[in-house]
Design a binder for this molecule. Structure first.
Ligand SMILES: [Zn+2]
Length: 162
């Protein structure tokens, strides 16, 4: 008789998942720094992981970029991180351009399906949608996320050749 411990399976599934999303992040960032250039023609320098809002800086003109990569098509909203941090950043800094990448990954091989830029100057408070704070029972109770309203932004999309 084979004895399967389900808690072990769940654990394994979690590890598999986190390493998969991490792998996707590493792959998409590497792809972007290799294939994409700034509108001025300059190469993109990849920033340290702890710089949360800025992922790349143009080595020629200093323009900043954030990479938003997801393995599904872009719909009407773009999921962001913490709302208050973002609003604070919006008030005090120049918003980086958002590089939006729709990718597929099969057997660790990355295929880019769609790619466009949202200019940072178009990302203003009126396109930021505050989400409901996480419930009391959640691990991060009170944590509040945000979405960007892509319906208001899609007229500014700049498609990228790659
Ligand atoms: Zn540049």
């Amino acid at each position: 008789m084979i004895n399967i411990d389900l808690t072990d399976l769940v654990q394994m599934e979690k590890i598999k998942y986190s390493s998969k999303s991490q792998l996707a992040r590493i792959n998409t960032e590497a792809w972007a720094s290799k294939h994409l250039k700034c509108q001025c023609g300059g190469d993109l320098h990849q920033e340290e992981n702890n710089k949360k809002v800025v992922d790349f800086t143009c080595i020629e003109c200093g323009r900043q970029f954030q990479l938003k990569a997801q393995n599904k098509k872009f719909g009407t909203v773009l999921t962001g991180a913490e709302y208050y941090t973002f609003i604070e950043y919006l008030k005090n800094h120049t918003m980086p351009d958002f590089i939006c990448m729709h990718y597929e990954m099969h057997n660790d091989v990355l295929t880019v399906k769609d790619l466009f830029i949202i200019p940072g100057e178009k990302i203003t408070a009126d396109v930021v949608i505050k989400r409901k704070p996480l419930s009391e029972t959640a691990k991060r109770a009170g944590w509040t996320g945000y979405n960007l309203d892509l319906n208001k932004l899609k007229m500014w999309y700049k498609r990228l050749d790659y």
